[in-house]
Design a protein around this ligand. Structure first.
Ligand SMILES: Cc1ncc(COP(=O)(O)O)c(C=O)c1O
Length: 301
C-alpha cells in the first residue's frame, strides 16, 4: 500500500527569486516568463545531507549543459547560483533539504522568438526533506511499463533537464491510475529508457545493466556516480546497454536511481514479480556502496 504523501504546505519551505528571499505564499513570477508560457526553462533537483548540498557542482554543470543544448543565454554565473542556493538553505536552516534550482530564459513578448536582451529568472525552492517510507527500500516497489513513448533524442533530447516535463507527467499519470509507484518508459524502438524521474537498472546473471545515453535518457547524476563506484569494484560487472521490456520483466533484479530517492528496488513490474519478488543482493550492495560514498563525501567537505 502506498503511504499518503505529506502535504506540501506542512513542510518548511523558503523561496529565493532573483536573490530575494520570500515565503511560498509571497513568491510571484510574471505570466510573461517563458518558463510559464513555453516550459522554456532548465532546472535541477538536489539535496543536502547534514546541511551540506550534495554534488552541487555536478548539478550546476548539468544545468549549464541543459541551457547550452537549448541555446539559452545565461545572464548569471555558476557562482551566483551557488551563492543563492546557499542563501536559501541558510534561511531554511534544516539538515536534510530538497532544493530545486530553476533558470528560465526570462520574460518577453508572447512569441516563440526569445529575441535579444532577455534576462533569466533564477528561482530556488528550498524545502525540508522528510524521509521516504522505509517500505520502498525494504520491500521494493511496483512499477508499470507505460504506453507513453519517451520523446526521442531527435526531438528535444531527454538529456536536457528542461521545464517541459509533460512526457513524464503523462507517463506518471498512468502509473497513478494503475496504483503503481512509477512508470518505465520505452523509446520508439521498444528499448527501455527510464522511469519518469529516475534512471532504471536491471541485474541479469550477475551483470548489472542500464540503458545507454543513446536510448534517450537523462544522464542522472546518481547513475553517473554509481557507474564510477561500480568500476572501482572488480567483483561488479556493469554494462550500459539497450534492453527490451521483456528483458526487464525477466530480470533477476531491478532498481531505480535518483538524487532524492537514491536506490529504490523494484520487485514487481506490471503483474510479474522480479526475480524472487524480494529485494535482490546486488541492489542492496550497490545501495550500500552509494551510502558509503555519500558519507565519505559529506565528511570530507
Ligand atoms: C527524467 C529524469 N531522469 C532521471 C533522473 C535522476 O537523475 P539524478 O540522479 O541526477 O537525480 C531525474 C531526476 O529528477 C529525472 O527527472
Amino acid at each position: 500500500m502506498q503511504t499518503p504523501p505529506i502535504p506540501e504546505n506542512s513542510k518548511k519551505t523558503i523561496i529565493n527569486i532573483n536573490g530575494e528571499i520570500c515565503k511560498p505564499e509571497d513568491a510571484k513570477i510574471s505570466v510573461f516568463d517563458r518558463g510559464f508560457l513555453f516550459g522554456d526553462s532548465v532546472y535541477e533537483v538536489a539535496k543536502t545531507y547534514q546541511g551540506i548540498p550534495f554534488l552541487l557542482q555536478e548539478h550546476l554543470d548539468r544545468l549549464w549543459k541543459s541551457a547550452s543544448r537549448l541555446e539559452m543565454l545565461l545572464t548569471v554565473s555558476q557562482n551566483d547560483v551557488s551563492a543563492e542556493v546557499n542563501k536559501a538553505l541558510a534561511e531554511l536552516g534544516v539538515e536534510e533539504a530538497y532544493f530545486r534550482i530553476i533558470l528560465t530564459r526570462g520574460e518577453g513578448p508572447i512569441s516563440l522568438d526569445p529575441g535579444e536582451g532577455v534576462k533569466n529568472n533564477l528561482i530556488i525552492i528550498a524545502q525540508e526533506h522528510l524521509p521516504f517510507p522505509s517500505s520502498w527500500y525494504e520491500n521494493g516497489v511496483h512499477v508499470v511499463i507505460t504506453n507513453v513513448v519517451r520523446v526521442s533524442k531527435e526531438s528535444v533530447d531527454p538529456n536536457v533537464k528542461s521545464g517541459n516535463y509533460l512526457n513524464n507527467v503523462m507517463a506518471f499519470m498512468q502509473a497513478k491510475r494503475e496504483k503503481a509507484f512509477d512508470s518505465i518508459m520505452l523509446n520508439h524502438k521498444g528499448h527501455v529508457t527510464q522511469g519518469t524521474t529516475s534512471n532504471v537498472w536491471i541485474v541479469k546473471d550477475n551483470t548489472i545493466k542500464t540503458p545507454p545515453l543513446q536510448a534517450g535518457i537523462l544522464e542522472g547524476i546518481t547513475r553517473k556516480t554509481l557507474l564510477q563506484l561500480a568500476k572501482s569494484d572488480d567483483s561488479l560487472k556493469i554494462e550500459q546497454v539497450n534492453f527490451t521490456a521483456e528483458e526487464l520483466i525477466n530480470a533477476d533484479e531491478c532498481f531505480l536511481t535518483s538524487t532524492m530517492k537514491e536506490i529504490v528496488p523494484v520487485t514487481q513490474i506490471d503483474n510479474s514479480p522480479i526475480g524472487t519478488g524480494t529485494v535482490g543482493p546486488l541492489t542492496v550492495k550497490l545501495h550500500s556502496l552509494y551510502s558509503d560514498f555519500v558519507k565519505r563525501t559529506v565528511e570530507g567537505l
